[in-house]
Design a protein around this ligand. Structure first.
Ligand SMILES: Cc1cc2nc3c(=O)[nH]c(=O)nc-3n(C[C@H](O)[C@H](O)[C@H](O)COP(=O)(O)O)c2cc1C
Length: 363
């Protein structure tokens, strides 16, 4: 994992990726990434690649309080602080572009209904200013809504380029908007965005086609979570794996930076239609770089690269608590323990105060 890696025209210092993680520190009126955000990411700049927390492409994409966006000039300027700080330390950073679809809530949408492929409640919870709130039946997107959303992704990608990001990742996973289009149980449309596999995947490819007008596709990644089941309002249906296989194979024609896959978030041994071993299943279908994530350690990360099922490994929670995760893996040093209570809290506590080995005098 400590070997360098050529990601398109970007040379990564190692094969360790910081996974995208919402940290809810943009508790300011414009939902702007701040100097504190810059400090957090720059502390982790020794990762081969950082993927930022999900960042909203528009006001109607929002699904969480205190999370940064990338649609306004002010937000773009905030992200510039972050990319400058990471680049000053020799790191590389992609912005994760996000639309939550039906996982939002009217309390986050000025009272309006969230948008989704179909008017189907995910029966989950959204985190609003007043705390957790039950999700509602969303409004089915019109074709105009879909085309506007694609334009929002394009504008957000252009802002990411302006903000100095090395690339962007489309969040196509975890039960959010794109994933809602892919799955039969969340997409009952009868137009060109529903019905068959090709139609349910259409919005992703139309978004990529739009993005290439503002960013080279070798600087764009896509994140998928094919075996997500019983979380984030998603249930695997008989066509979930086939639609993800179709997407993966079609992405071969797009020359992307990478495909970012996650192993199942919950046990799927007894779940019909699920794939238990995501990297192994999808590796033969994809010719480019694969990032794999979920539950990896130093040992299993090295193993998955050695056996060829993935090229890069993304670490989530270990990166919250260990800004110097690369050094710790290099030395096989112990890891700090993450504090769950501050994952989504505001302020510096549990965000920028995890000590490095050097600060612990363990080097
Ligand atoms: C606090 C927290 C916030 C997260 N936010 C995001 C997010 O914004 N976008 C995303 O794609 N995944 C998000 N995830 C999922 C992580 O990227 C990753 O898939 C998950 O933590 C599993 O990897 P790990 O076992 O290495 O932690 C989040 C996870 C955590 C713990």
């Amino acid at each position: 994992m400590l070997q360098t890696y050529q990601l398109g025209d970007l040379k990564l210092n190692n094969r360790m990726v910081m996974a995208p993680m919402t940290r809810s520190r943009s508790d300011n009126p414009g939902n702007v990434a701040t100097a504190l955000t810059a400090e957090y990411y720059s502390q982790r700049a020794s990762a081969g690649l950082i993927i930022t927390e999900g960042t909203y492409v528009s006001k109607e994409a929002i699904g969480f309080v205190n999370v940064p966006g990338i649609y306004s000039e002010e937000q773009t300027a905030g992200w510039k602080l972050v990319t400058d700080a990471v680049h000053a330390k020799g790191g590389k950073i992609f912005a994760q572009l996000w639309h939550v679809g039906r996982l939002s809530h009217p309390a986050l949408q000025d009272g309006k209904l969230p948008l989704a492929p179909s008017a189907l409640n995910p029966f989950d919870r959204a985190y609003t200013k007043e705390g957790f709130a039950d999700t509602v039946v969303p409004r089915e997107m019109s074709e105009e809504d879909i085309l506007r959303t694609i334009e929002d992704f394009k504008a957000a990608a252009a802002n990411a380029v302006k903000a100095g990001f090395d690339g962007v990742e489309i969040h196509g996973a975890n039960g959010y908007l794109f994933h809602q289009f892919f799955n039969v149980y969340s997409n009952r449309r009868t137009d060109q965005y529903g019905g068959n596999i090709e139609n349910r995947a259409r919005i992703l490819f139309q978004t990529l086609d739009a993005l290439k007008e503002v960013i080279d596709l070798n600087r764009v990644g896509v994140r998928l979570n094919p075996s997500l089941h019983g979380a984030q309002g998603m249930m695997i249906d008989p066509e979930t794996i086939p639609v993800h296989e179709y997407i993966t194979e079609k992405l071969n024609d797009y020359g992307l930076a990478y495909l970012h896959l996650t192993e199942p978030f919950t046990p799927v041994d007894n779940v019909p239609y699920a794939v238990k071993n995501v990297a192994k299943h999808f590796r033969p279908l994809y010719k480019g770089t694969i990032i794999i994530n979920k539950g990896f350690t130093r040992e299993t990360g090295n193993e998955v690269i050695e056996n060829g099922d993935a090229d890069l490994v993304a670490y989530g929670v270990p990166y919250i608590a260990n800004p110097d995760l690369v050094e710790r893996f290099a030395r096989n040093a112990p890891l700090n323990v993450p504090d769950k209570d501050t994952f989504y809290a505001t302020g510096p506590k549990g965000y920028v105060d995890y000590p490095t080995l050097q600060e612990l005098n363990l080097n």
